[in-house]
Design a protein around this ligand. Sequence first.
Ligand SMILES: NC(=O)c1ccc[n+]([C@@H]2O[C@H](COP(=O)([O-])OP(=O)(O)OC[C@H]3O[C@@H](n4cnc5c(N)ncnc54)[C@H](OP(=O)(O)O)[C@@H]3O)[C@@H](O)[C@H]2O)c1
Length: 337
Amino acid sequence: MVAISDIRRNIASVKNLGSGLVAVFVGGTSGIGLSTAREFARYATAPHIYLIGRNEVQASEIISELRSINDAATVDFIKSDVSLLKNVDVACQELLKKETKVDLLFLSAGILTMKGRTETIEGIDRKLSLHYYSRIRFIQNLLPTLNQAAAASPGSFARVISVLGAGHEGKLVDGDKDLDLQKNYSLSNAANHSITMTSLSMIQLAAANPRISFIHSAPGGVNTNFAREFHPLTKYLFNALFFVLSPFNSVIGLVPLQDCGERHVYLATNPAFAPRGGDKVETLGADGEKGSGAYRLGPATSIVSHSSLLQGYLDSGMGKKVWEHTVEMFKKATGTA
Ligand SMILES: NC(=O)c1ccc[n+]([C@@H]2O[C@H](COP(=O)([O-])OP(=O)(O)OC[C@H]3O[C@@H](n4cnc5c(N)ncnc54)[C@H](OP(=O)(O)O)[C@@H]3O)[C@@H](O)[C@H]2O)c1
């Protein structure tokens, strides 16, 4: 756990990482992504920030806000519904036309919904796509630019952060037979699969890309626009509850939005989460994935402790199976692995 006062003291030195850092926020038009983009803009020197989402109106307001925070920042918006993997590819192509390096890929596009399996035209459940497949597709497409950022020196820090549920990994129902939950869909299975597959894939990715850090974060409860898909009345009650509880945030463990953004800038830049050269990836140490460049972080920037469930999956080769399944899904949806 790191105190917020230490986080704030620490991120003041982000300016020393040099000018022109490139940061891509998929889900940067609201909530945790926006808060992190805002704090990144505050501390980085002349950064180039990309926001990816659907809400153009919101994006143009954010662009003005970020420029007023840091007039040397360049901020661009790429409009895309990233629940479709083909759209992810198009958004990445747009990025790749402009950038040869990406220092930070921040993935937080997501939805809270009580609906059952809802397939996109690519045949993937929308929630599973947003929380897992689409994020991994962004990583895969942008790996060359992340590696390029890692090669640049000094002060390079190439990192990927996916905001989901590290530490809440659960059983993969039916082993590797129904990873995309065609047969066994339920909200809890969808949560378990997206979270567990994220942790396993990040360990695979860290092994193959030893100069990049892969961070799976569970920020704790944060009052965002997360209930956007709920009935307006439910959404109102949700927001009212957060408002009433706000004086007791620290007691009940709710994280103020700004703190959440600051904590993620710390994860994105602090040497404590540097890549470790990809060694020891098959064994999780007592401190979780500390031996590799894959990290699982819980609320208050605490490393999630050893997981016997994940270790069991790694020992039985499930990480590799999840990766092969993911590539197969990419092939089906986009025509390319
Ligand atoms: N808030 C919490 O307490 C909490 C706790 C743990 C984990 N998380 C995780 O954190 C992530 C972010 O949540 P949040 O609280 O920041 O929510 P939020 O305020 O609702 O923000 C979600 C973001 O996702 C984008 N998005 C949603 N569907 C999209 C789509 N089809 N295409 C492109 N962008 C899309 C939205 O952009 P547009 O509206 O522009 O499309 C928005 O920028 C979620 O995955 C959630 O599981 C949240």
